[in-house]
Ligand binder design. Structure first.
Ligand code: NAD
Ligand code: TYD
Length: 361
C-alpha cells in the first residue's frame, strides 16, 4: 500500500505519534492539517520535517475552502480525523472552543469530504474511508460493578468535552447513514506515551515530580480509567482503516483499569528507581489531594472484544511495559518538556490549580 491520506490534528499527542509511525512504516504520504492550538507542537514532527512523505498544512478543519483545496490537490484515499479540543478540565473552564472544533469543525470537515467523495468514480468511492477518532468518554460514567462499555452502550456524555465528541460521532454516523459516506469510528480509552502534553495526568505527574512540585490528585484519587499506550492506539486506527467494516464503530482499550492514585504511585516508584530525589525521599511524598473536578466521571472501562475478534487487533504493550517506555521517554526528552511548558502552559497551570488550592506555576 502506498497511498496519500489526510490526517487532521497531526501535531497533537496521538496525531503526531500516528503520523510518525505511518511514515516510518513507509505507508505513503501524509498531508497533516493542524491549527496549531496550544496542544499542537511542530517539535513533535521534527524528525519528518524534511521528509517528502510529510506535508504539513497550518489550518482549521472548519475551513471548507482550504480543506476542499487539499482534497482536490492531494486526492487522498482516506481522511483520519484526530483534530479536537481534548482536555476535559479546559472544557469546563471554557466550552466554546470545544463546540467550535469538535462539533462545528467536524461538520464542516464532513461537508468538504462529502463533496470530494461524491465526485470520485465508483471504484474510488468504494475504497475511500473517513475515519473519526473518538473517545470512551461519550458513554458516560460506570459504577464499580458495571460491565465495560461496548459499541452498543448508550451515549451519556457528562462533560462539555465528551458532549462535543458525542455530537461529532453522531454527525459521522448520520453522514454514513444518510449520504453513504464510508465512515469508521473508533472510541478509545485514555492514552499515554511520548509527546503527551503535560497538562494530562501522566505527563503532568512526571513533570511535576521532577521539578519538585506537588502531584495533584483530584478528590480521593479512586476514579478509574482504562489506559492504553499511544502506539497501540495508532496500530488500532491503522487496522480499522485497513479492514474495518464501513459504517461500524470499534471500541479500543488496553484491558487495563487503574484508579488514578495507583497510576500516580506507579509513576513515583519508576521515578524513584530511575531518577531518585536528591534527599533520598520518594516522589510519593509530593502527592497532594486537591479539590475534585466538577462532574468527575467515576469510571471508564472498555470492552475491546469486537476489534480483537473481528479485526485481530490487541494491544502489544502492558501497562508495565508502556509506562516504562513512557517514563524513559520523558527522562530522555526533558528539552521537549521545557519548551512545551513555557508560555501558555504556565497560565493554564496557574489558573486551574490555584482554584484547587495549589500553586503549581
Ligand atoms: P491533542 O489535544 O493532543 O491534539 C489535538 C490536535 O488537534 C492539536 O495538534 C491541535 O492543534 C489540533 N487542532 C485543534 N483544533 C483544530 C482545528 N480546529 N483544526 C485543525 N486542528 C486542530 O489531542 P490528542 O490527545 O492527541 O487527541 C486526538 C484525538 O483523539 C481527539 O479527537 C481526542 O478526542 C481523541 N482521543 C484522545 C484520547 C487521549 O487519551 N488523549 C483518548 C481517546 C480519544
Ligand atoms: P486526564 O489526563 O485529564 O484525562 P481524562 O479526564 O480525559 O480522563 O485525567 C485522567 C484522570 O486523572 C481523571 O480522572 C482526572 C485525574 N486528574 C487528577 O487527579 N489530577 C490532575 O491534575 C489531572 C490533570 C487529572
Amino acid at each position: 500500500m502506498n497511498k496519500t491520506i489526510i490526517v487532521t490534528g497531526g501535531a497533537g499527542f496521538i496525531g503526531s505519534n500516528f503520523v510518525l509511525a505511518w511514515i516510518k512504516q513507509g505507508l505513503g504520504t501524509v498531508v497533516n492539517l493542524d491549527k496549531l492550538t496550544y496542544a499542537g507542537n511542530l517539535e513533535n514532527l521534527a524528525s519528518v520535517q524534511h521528509d517528502s512523505h510529510h506535508v504539513f498544512v497550518h489550518g482549521d478543519i472548519g475551513d471548507q475552502s482550504l480543506v476542499s483545496k487539499l482534497l482536490s490537490v492531494h486526492k487522498p484515499c482516506a481522511v483520519v480525523n484526530l483534530a479536537a479540543e481534548s482536555h476535559v478540565d479546559r472544557s469546563i473552564h471554557g466550552p466554546e472552543d470545544f463546540i467550535q472544533t469538535n462539533m462545528v469543525g467536524t461538520f464542516h470537515l464532513l461537508e468538504s469530504v462529502r463533496a470530494y467523495w461524491s465526485q470520485l468514480d465508483s471504484k474510488e468511492q468504494k475504497a475511500f474511508r473517513f475515519l473519526h477518532v473518538s473517545t470512551d468518554e461519550v458513554y458516560g460514567s460506570l459504577g464499580k460493578e458495571d460491565a465495560p462499555f461496548t459499541e452498543t452502550t448508550s451515549y451519556a456524555p457528562n462533560s462539555p468535552y465528551s458532549a462535543s465528541k458525542a455530537a461529532s460521532d453522531h454527525l459521522v454516523r448520520a453522514y454514513h447513514h444518510t449520504y453513504g459516506l464510508p465512515t469508521l469510528t473508533t472510541n478509545c480509552s485514555n492514552n499515554y506515551g511520548p509527546y503527551h502534553f503535560p497538562e494530562k495526568l501522566i505527563p503532568l505527574v512526571i513533570h511535576n515530580a521532577l521539578t519538585g512540585k506537588s502531584l495533584p490528585i483530584y478528590g480521593n484519587g479512586q476514579q478509574i480509567r482504562d489506559w492504553l499506550y499511544v502506539e497501540d492506539h495508532c496500530a488500532a486506527i491503522r487496522r480499522v482503516l485497513e479492514v474495518g467494516k464501513v459504517g461500524e464503530v470499534y471500541n479500543v482499550g488496553g484491558w487495563n483499569e487503574q484508579p488514578n492514585i495507583e497510576v500516580v504511585r506507579t509513576l513515583c516508584r519508576k521515578l524513584d528507581q530511575k531518577s531518585p530525589r536528591a534527599d533520598g525521599k520518594s516522589y510519593a511524598d509530593q502527592i497532594t489531594f486537591v479539590k475534585d473536578r466538577p462532574g468527575h466521571d467515576q469510571r471508564y472501562a472498555i470492552d475491546a472484544t469486537k476489534i480483537a475478534n473481528e479485526l485481530g487487533w490487541k494491544p502489544a504493550e502492558t501497562f508495565e511495559t508502556g509506562i516504562e517506555k513512557t517514563v524513559n521517554w520523558y527522562l530522555e526528552n526533558q528539552d521537549w518538556v521545557t519548551n512545551i511548558t513555557s508560555g501558555e502552559y504556565r497560565n493554564w497551570v496557574q489558573t486551574h490549580y490555584s482554584e484547587r488550592g495549589e500553586e503549581l506555576a
